[in-house]
Ligand binder design. Sequence first.
Ligand code: HEM
Length: 290
Amino acid sequence: MDTAANNQSAAEADGKDKTLIYRQSRWTRLTHWIWAFSLFFMLLSGLQIFNARPQLYIGKQSGFQFNNTILQIGAENTANGPRGFTEIFGHRFDTTGVLGWSGPPGQETPRAFPSWATIPSYYDLGTARVVHFFFAWILTTTLLVWLIAGLVNGHIRRDLAPRVSDLRKLPRDIVEHAKLKFHHTREYNTLQKMAYGGVLFVLLPLMIVTGLAMSPSMDSVLPWLNEILGGRQSARTIHFTVMVLLVLFFIVHILMILAAGPINELRSIITGWYRTDPPAKHAEPTERSA
Ligand code: HEM
């Protein structure tokens, strides 16, 4: 009998299920849920803050006399009544009902993001700023805790650091994801490493840095920060773009979890335990022990 079959029958004989492994440490799970929770509040309060000035600019200036607006959400009067619009790089789209002009029928108001997408739902910049900054510090602290724990327990080196073999596996990984064919193993696949690494080492740090650059009090502490980001208005535009990328990541993340088996995936990020594929017949088992 081959090794894999031996292992399987040994596991069956001693009553242990060897396909169930401890995959996510308590630090990974705890930090994951804190940042997921924090990002939810930061997104909704951030959209309320954006509503106070629903335009994005490139460069250091903003105002009527400058021609550097790249995004604008607003409302206008037309022959058919008020309409909401979104303008991106000079291209205008009618977004009535969602962006620019929204609300229950007969009670619509001009607002960039609709009330169901903001915290608070009514216009209140002060409360939105308190919520946003509160969760911003929780998110920053959580990311630092994740970084220290991940370096100490080896999670970053073992699970997220890219290897040369990952590059070789990339084309196969893309094809398999497109066919919704997933392997349930101890390791993250190449696309997962790229997505999670991108979020944890690029998007979230960039979000924090551009957020700090917008704070007037940071001007005196780190005056060069604003400069290297191209000014406060550019920092705000980058901050908004990172938000859009995080929302896109979130949508794909949830779709992939649903496609890969939501019960198993959720169990691993809540309890740590994950069911791997049974070892292939006539093959050596490839999983490392947890
Ligand atoms: C803003 C929201 C979220 C962000 C930014 C996010 C980001 C991430 C990241 C970066 C990882 C890798 C963590 C690591 O290895 O250290 C991860 C893993 C995971 N997340 Fe999320 N997540 C979010 C929300 C959610 C939600 C709502 C669910 C469940 C419905 C979920 C389920 C999972 C699962 C199951 C894993 C384990 C990955 C795997 O085994 O493939 N995440 N998430």
